[in-house]
Design a protein around this ligand. Structure first.
Ligand code: 4H6
Length: 249
């Protein structure tokens, strides 16, 4: 997967070379090229911003450097061009998976109070937000998005941390995790996790996921409720088939 980023602060992206994403870039599974929008300014002082027409607080990024930058790095419009903005559609895991199937993405990061609207009209395919809050620039939202989609690129996560288990758990919050020691400050790890019975472990984890989701995110629980109730009904049927439980007949 090829990713390009147009930004006034390319050095902010140095942190992308740390950890799992850094390793993926090293391995060539992912390329990340950051381009400084300022390099495309035709102004004698390389200016990239100006006062807003109509007045008001702050500065607006001018259209010329943005337009020339994007069209220099993607002249044939082969890249899906995404502008990070608080008014974009909100990123979620479904959108992350969809983006991860895109071969070439160009992110544009705005600063100041945003960009001249004509740039969006001329050169941008879609606006994307990481949530309902305001930041000083689109760089952090871009890095968040790249991090989330890189996890779905083949080979980025080891077989141990694959996203497969995640899809089984789709829509549910995580179950609690434990590692050694088995007792710490008088707190023990739940017995079932030490039992070696994988069926019981899976069952316990699923139950905790459901319980935690119900309690903390009733909105999410409502969405997956039909699936959970179906699962529950199947289990009941199995139990009845095995015999012993005569209450329900
Ligand atoms: C575009 C337009 C994205 C980009 C305006 C960007 C939050 C998100 C920005 C602005 C962003 C997000 C500049 C408006 C600063 C407010 C950069 N903030 N802003 N939620 N900021 O994804 O003033």
């Amino acid at each position: 997967m090829k990713i390009k980023v147009a930004t006034l602060f390319p050095e902010m992206f140095d942190c992308m070379h740390v950890g799992i994403i850094g390793k993926a870039i090293e391995k060539g599974l992912l390329s990340l090229d950051c381009i400084n929008i300022r390099d495309y300014s035709k102004d004698k002082h390389s200016k990239t911003d100006d006062y807003p027409f109509g007045g008001g607080a702050g500065m607006v990024m001018t259209v010329q450097p943005l337009h020339d930058c994007v069209n220099a790095i993607d002249p044939a419009h082969e890249y899906r061009r995404i502008y990070m903005s608080p008014r974009g559609a909100t990123l979620n895991q479904k959108k992350v998976v969809e983006l991860s199937k895109t071969d070439k993405i160009l992110f544009v990061c705005g600063s100041y109070e945003g960009v001249d609207e004509r740039f969006i009209e001329l050169d941008i395919d879609e606006e994307l937000s990481i949530g309902d809050y305001v930041l000083t620039g689109g760089e952090l939202p871009c890095m968040v998005t790249v991090n989330a989609i890189a996890r779905y690129v083949d080979g980025v996560l080891g077989s141990e941390q694959s996203t497969e288990e995640e899809s089984f758990s789709a829509g549910l919050l995580e179950y609690p995790q434990y590692t050694r020691p088995a007792v710490f400050e008088g707190l023990s790890v739940p017995e079932v996790l030490l039992s070696g019975n994988h069926g019981n472990v899976d069952k316990w984890r699923r139950e905790r996921q459901i319980e935690i989701t119900k309690e903390r995110r009733p909105d999410l629980y409502e969405l997956i409720r039909p699936r959970i109730e179906e699962e529950e009904a199947k289990k009941q049927k199995k139990r009845r088939k095995k015999g012993g439980n005569t209450d329900e007949r």
